[in-house]
Design a protein around this ligand. Structure first.
Ligand code: TRP
Length: 455
């Protein structure tokens, strides 16, 4: 089966496609809003520790599994551990992909609304209060958000049926570098606003007493979400890697770029938010109410906002494609259907979930469970539970089921590239990452406090 499979065309293509998968709304929309609601720099500090000590080992393990088996997320476990329950890690991933796509495609749709507003000049001449109220009115409406979600899902669908090499790779090659440049320009603009330093302080000067169990769980969730790990997305992507792709280097480069983009997004948002008096705790609306104010203050403001939201939509698209591909590759390979049929099934599913998520934050209040609208519930369950649990089991799997010799051969491309920290990597996978993730869960459930109280 592996002989028939397509691979990404070039090394640059591999990096860009994987960065395209990792960098998306998670960095530019979710990261600032998590930082804002979890006490600022303290969250950033824990986040970076999670990337280094939990994210990187999980990421390398996923890339190893995908590149070795050339199978989808569930199929790869069936191949490495036939007849065992490990394939449930893959099923967890397929389900997580669906749930993430539910709210992610809605937020992607929001970016299209802002592209439209920039084009029609309706962002001009508004006050901070106008932007806040208009966003609330738009996102809680019925038809407009659903219309944009539909458009977005159709765009994803078209790229997915074109296949990985032509669609995903080509799209990422152009979009990622341009996004990067425009982010830097916007950081400079934001930093030169009045009062900018207060915002920078909020982002970069940690107050350690703000760290608590919920900050840690949120930071871990954000790290997993942002790196696209814990559910086999990178297993699926790495299954398209050619033989000579260097796993460790790819992991380090992707994690570094992803973190850099998130921090740049923070530098772009917080100085501006503080300068305009927008609460950093505004939640999911933070980016959408802060940025238009920044553009409004710039010469050719509508042009800037147009370019920015187009790029944000495209960054979202490359991530949505990766999530869609997880489910499509699974349906396609495990149920032996055509790519077209598998993709159609997934796209219709995403659209239906998108409608429910969108309605849950506005028109239909009844779509709430456990005190959260479905939109927030899907976000919570995936980022804070399914991805870290998936990551923990992936580490346990690689730590217990894969012989060290085989792992080393794969990580060094049969001894042709060096892996200086191989033993450290194995140590982290076997003992640190899985235990730490487990402890963070136990802590969140309040058991640590309980045990301390008993002692
Ligand atoms: N990481 C992407 C972002 O930051 C979202 C994403 C793509 C994702 N694929 C994923 C999240 C797989 C979790 C799992 O926007």
């Amino acid at each position: 089966m592996s002989a028939k499979r397509v691979t990404f065309g070039s090394k640059l293509g591999v990096i860009l496609a994987t960065v395209g998968c990792a960098v998306g709304l998670g960095n530019i929309w979710r990261f600032p809003y998590m930082v804002g609601s979890n006490g600022g720099a303290a969250f950033l500090l824990v986040y970076i520790l999670c990337i280094l000590f939990l994210g990187l080992p999980v990421m390398m393990s996923e890339l190893f599994i995908g590149k070795t088996t050339h199978r989808n997320t569930a199929g790869s476990f069936k191949e490495l551990a036939p007849g065992t329950k490990w394939k449930y890690i893959g099923y967890n991933g397929v389900l997580a992909a669906f749930l993430i796509l539910g709210f992610y495609s809605v937020v992607s749709g929001w970016t299209l609304e802002y592209v439209f507003q920039a084009l029609t000049g309706s962002l001009k001449g508004k006050s901070v209060a106008d932007f806040t109220n208009d966003f609330a009115a738009f996102s809680s409406g019925v038809w407009r958000p659903i219309f944009w979600t539909a458009l977005f899902v159709i765009a994803t669908h078209v790229i997915i049926i074109c296949g990985v090499d032509k669609g995903i790779e080509r799209a990422s090659k152009v979009m990622m570098p341009v996004l990067f440049i425009i982010l830097i320009a916007l950081c400079i603009r934001s930093l030169t606003l009045p009062n900018a330093l207060v915002g920078l302080d909020f982002l970069l000067r940690p107050q350690l007493d703000k760290i608590n169990s919920s900050v840690i769980l949120s930071a871990m969730g954000q790290a997993f979400f942002s790196l696209s790990i814990g559910m086999g997305c990178l297993i699926t992507y790495a299954s398209y890697f050619g033989k000579d792709v260097n796993i460790q280097q790819t992991a380090v480069e992707v994690a570094a770029l992803d973190t850099l983009v998130a921090i740049l997004a923070g530098v772009m948002i917080f100085p501006a938010a503080f300068s305009f008096g927008i609460e950093p705790t505004s939640g999911a609306s933070l980016v959408f109410i802060t940025l238009p104010n920044v553009f409004e203050q710039m010469p050719f403001g509508s042009l800037w906002s147009f370019v920015f939201f187009v790029l944000l939509a495209l960054a979202a698209l490359t991530s949505v494609i990766s999530l869609h591909e997880v489910v499509t590759a699974y349906v396609l390979e495990e149920y032996q259907t055509s790519r077209k049929k598998a993709a159609l099934f997934v796209s219709v599913g995403i659209f239906l979930l998108g409608i429910i998520c969108s309605l849950s934050v506005g028109a239909v209040k009844g779509l709430s469970f456990f005190g959260m609208p479905l939109f927030d519930l899907f976000d919570y369950v995936t980022a804070k539970i399914m991805l870290p649990l998936g990551g923990m089991f992936i580490c346990i799997f690689v730590g217990t089921h894969i012989q060290k010799r085989i792992l080393k051969e794969a990580m060094t491309n049969n001894g042709t590239v060096r892996f200086y920290f191989f033993n450290t990597y194995v140590f982290f996978v076997k003992y640190i990452a899985s235990v730490a993730i487990g402890l963070i869960f136990i802590n969140e459930l309040g058991w640590v406090d309980y045990i301390c109280a008993l002692l």
